[in-house]
Design a protein around this ligand. Structure first.
Ligand code: UDP
Length: 319
């Protein structure tokens, strides 16, 4: 099959594109390199079945030739990025999703939308089950990402119901692993880079807020299975083991043998207090559950950041 991956030079997009290439598919990787990296595109360019198109999916584009699938992963995804790029984030979630769905309709291709646990906002239901509608502040700083993704889900379901486009929606929970940018700004990359540099660990608030961290290989495997499954409603794909941010800091300090101190910074507005996926649906529909614990996943991720730190290329990025 020939598939289009939007955001193919991003962290998740590049891992997913590589999975399709390894399974013998051809991949057209589209990216405008706003938050994607040239290094990731170069890794993909090592496969004969890969083709790069430098373009912003928020603007219409014609892709020549047949397509069997579209994986719509283009978007800034780290809070520090989407706070700096609020309009582009809204545009890629809305216009970008519309354009991607238009290509899916024209090519009779299956489209999988990368959605997010952020659609649940600061959740009043815990753990989060797919039937929960969420608690999002539309005019808050995070609203640019959350509402763009909520619109993207609505648009995807409309194309599915009205045009009969074959669609999938994955709700991705906090994912980490090699290929994250060191200055991505998210908590796992920040803490590892800070620990390796011996800089203070930037815990926002008192660190009692929780997240559930998924290692990238697990996430990609769940997404790959969902693409091939027959299920159009949203599916949570995330590791249901929940940690406080303070616990994450302690785990990173222990595994890096770092003596960095903890420094508390103000908690950002609307920062969700808890987050954990209910994965009953993923278990039954995809036969999927995560295999990699946080400890193992950090063990697989730290060497990647250590290489960048040793080369002098790594700085954390705080809000
Ligand atoms: N966080 C933190 N220090 C950092 C970055 C993030 O304490 O340097 C916290 C943030 O306040 C949030 C959690 O870690 O509660 C996860 O933040 P991240 O930006 O990774 O993703 P989010 O889940 O908020 O989209």
């Amino acid at each position: 099959m020939r598939v289009l991956v939007t955001g193919a030079a991003g962290f998740l997009g590049s891992h997913l594109a590589e999975r399709f290439l390894k399974e013998g598919h051809e991949v057209v990787g589209l990216d405008n390199f706003v938050t994607g990296s040239r290094e990731n595109a170069e890794i993909l360019a090592g496969y004969p079945g890969f083709e790069l198109v430098e373009h912003d999916i928020s603007k219409p584009i014609v892709i020549e030739g047949e397509l069997g699938g579209i994986l719509h992963f283009a978007s800034p995804a780290s809070p520090v990025d989407y706070l700096e790029l609020p309009i582009q984030t809204l545009k890629v979630g809305s216009l970008g999703t519309h354009n991607a769905l238009g290509i899916a309709l024209a090519k009779k291709a299956r489209l999988l939308l990368a959605s997010t646990s952020e659609v649940y906002g600061d959740p009043a239901v815990h753990p989060q089950v797919e039937t929960y509608w969420g608690n999002v502040n539309p005019i808050g700083l995070r609203g640019v990402y959350d509402e763009a993704k909520r619109f993207a889900e609505a648009m995807t379901m409309a194309y599915h119901r009205y045009h009969g486009v074959d669609t999938r929606i994955v709700r991705i929970f906090n994912t980490y692993g090699p290929r994250m940018r060191p200055a991505d700004g998210r908590v796992v990359s920040n803490f590892i880079v800070q620990a390796l540099l011996g800089e203070p660990i930037s815990v926002y608030g008192d660190g009692s807020q929780t997240r559930s961290f998924t290692y990238v290989d697990d996430e990609v495997d769940g997404i790959y299975r969902l693409f091939h499954a027959s299920y159009a409603d949203p599916v949570n794909v995330g590791n249901p083991t929940e940690f406080t941010i303070r616990e994450l800091a302690d785990a990173v300090l222990a595994q890096t043998a770092s003596r960095s101190e903890i420094r508390h910074l103000p908690l950002p507005a609307d920062d969700p207090k808890v987050r954990r996926p209910d994965i009953t649906l993923a278990r039954s529909v995809l036969g999927w559950e995560p295999k990699v614990s946080l400890e193992e996943g950090l063990g697989l991720t730290i060497p990647y950041f250590r290489t960048l730190v040793d080369r002098g290329e790594a700085r954390a990025r705080t809000l």
